[in-house]
Write a protein of this length. Sequence first.
Length: 444
Amino acid sequence: MGQSLSCSGNYDHGLFTAVQHGDLEIVTTLLDSDPSLLHQTTLYDRHSPLHIAATNDQIEILSKLLDGSLNPDVLNRHKQTPLMLAAMHGNIACVEKLLQAGANVLMFDTSYGRTCLHYAAYYGHSSCLKAILSSAQSSPVSASWGFSRFVNIRDGKGATPLHLAARQRRSECVHILLDSGALVCASTGGYGCPGSTPLHLAARGGSIDCIRELLAWGADRLQRDASGRIPYMVALKHKHGACASLLNPTSAEPLVWPSPLKFISELNPEAKALLEQALMDANREREKNILKGSSYSLPSPSHSDGVADNMSEVSESELCCICFEQVCTIEVQNCGHQMCAQCTLALCCHNKPNPATACLTPPVCPFCRSTITRLVVVKTECHDETDQDSADINCSKLSKSSRKLRHLNDSGSSSFKGLSSVSSFGKLGSRSSGRIAAEWLDKQ
Ligand SMILES: [Zn+2]
Ligand SMILES: [Zn+2]
């Protein structure tokens, strides 16, 4: 696919070279003198000037050509559109301009039967991927085809964009696609025939980030490909040891994003980001434990190590009353009870990661047992510098804290039993927080 777009020969009067190098003046002069040059193509690959501009990120020239009402979907020898080439090279400005000009996102090339979405996913250009997805959402494609069908569109070999992104180790694209409704267990075989899932291809590519994403969206470690292999065996065959450890069906299951829950699909972006981060952190912890016994270690930087340090700056009255470790960041709407993101997630996942067995009835608030219908991010109050003084905690905070603690105490709480990380009262004492314990006693 990586054809070079060198432009030899002077039959085009230098137009292609000028387009390639972004020489707008020459392009303008040439086209003014002979408008038919616009429809010239290169000799072998039959690239139009638009293809060359899109490939070389010549946005000015691309815009000029499109403003001259050139068909944005002109095809080259392999029936590639300029949009496919722009997506292949990650030229986001050109992708956006072509989409604005009405480029069709539902064209298939003849090399692999791929669309522009496949190109963006394969080459890992997440900004292009997002632009194409968002255009597809508002274009006639979603009306005629349905958006989710577009996200799961297959190439000539049955691969969806998610398959390609997983195979090419493009974890960011994997995430975007899953978030946009890509089917995590899609098989290249299609319609019940055996084939490879994105997890098989991620195992082959050896990207632990892609595997983590796929597992967190409920990918099945036991699904078999056309040769009867599970992803674990594929990773072993390609000598990706750390990946194999995570894919080993006997190792601990990761938490799965509870997407079937209605209020999860309705989260606002802020709350969603918090919970997703909590999910990834929890799964990284699991990975560490899985890999501890093996000779593999994770290369990823441990960004969550700073949490403990931040905690000392946080007033204990904001601590989650379930784990007493994290700050409350999520609030159950209506009852107003607050928890940390980790505990919220534990509540929603029920520690049953397999979507086939996951409980789909919405969880209840552990404090008042009302059914959770909506989660929002806790609005933090602004402190000025003087408020940092721990002696100067304001009253509303105190009462909020005591309210939460009282609820915890009252509810005796069988509903706590589903949570994995309860019973850390011991840690409360060790947290140098005589103050919160004293407050609590005061209110009894
Ligand atoms: Zn918590
Ligand atoms: Zn509640």
